[in-house]
Design a protein around this ligand. Structure first.
Ligand code: COA
Length: 163
């Protein structure tokens, strides 16, 4: 299982005032808020952790069928700026994040060895959705393959797990 999430930093700046305490308290655990306040660049830490939670949620929702907005239950373990895990209940997902000047992009996987099997998909690919969850149909085998897509502002990213 895979999940991804992209944050357009220019749009995030426009859409959300992350400095409000209510925002931070709603989205981040005490430990995560400490990471944010201790960070050299708190804004980047906010969106880095946010994109990790969203990418992990996309896997969690697929695995369990549980839907909703519960950011405090998705807890980030921040190993470093690019790597970490997100846990929720007994589940743990691995995350790889890319930080650029314009965007932050995170890929989450259920098994760490799956990072090397991830391929990007073309935005022109034919994408189907069931209950809002996207998949493609393999042109050779006609088998449905789960994908994850994310779009925000100027950016679009789609990924698939290769066999
Ligand atoms: C559903 C959700 C994950 C979408 O994320 P988003 O950042 O708003 O939007 P993205 O562009 O990254 O992802 C949207 C795509 O994800 C896919 N998607 C939607 N729901 C999904 C789900 N439950 N699982 C996997 N993929 C999903 C869809 O293909 C959608 O594409 P579409 O808009 O073209 O239909 C998000 O709105 C949400 O409900 N999150 C709840 C989890 C949470 O508590 N987050 C707190 C913030 S840290």
């Amino acid at each position: 299982m895979i999940g991804n999430d992209i944050v357009d930093l220019a749009l995030a700046r426009k859409e959300s005032n992350w400095k409000r305490n209510r925002f931070l308290d709603k989205i981040f655990t005490v430990k995560e808020q400490l990471l944010i306040s201790a960070s050299e660049n708190p804004e980047i830490m906010v969106w880095n952790l946010w994109s990790r939670k969203e990418a992990a949620y996309k896997i969690y929702n697929r695995e369990t069928g549980i839907r909703g907005f519960f950011p405090l239950r998705l807890e980030c373990f921040y190993e470093n700026v690019t790597f970490g895990t997100v846990s929720i209940k007994e589940k743990i997902y691995f995350t790889l994040s890319k930080i650029e000047s314009d965007f932050i992009y995170t890929i989450a996987v259920a098994k760490e060895e799956h990072f090397k099997k991830i391929k990007s998909i073309d935005s022109a690919a034919e994408i189907f959705k069931r209950n809002g969850i996207p998949f493609i149909i393999d042109s050779n085998t006609k088998i449905e393959k789960p994908i994850s897509i994310s779009h925000h502002g100027r950016f679009w990213e789609g990924i698939i797990l290769n066999d």
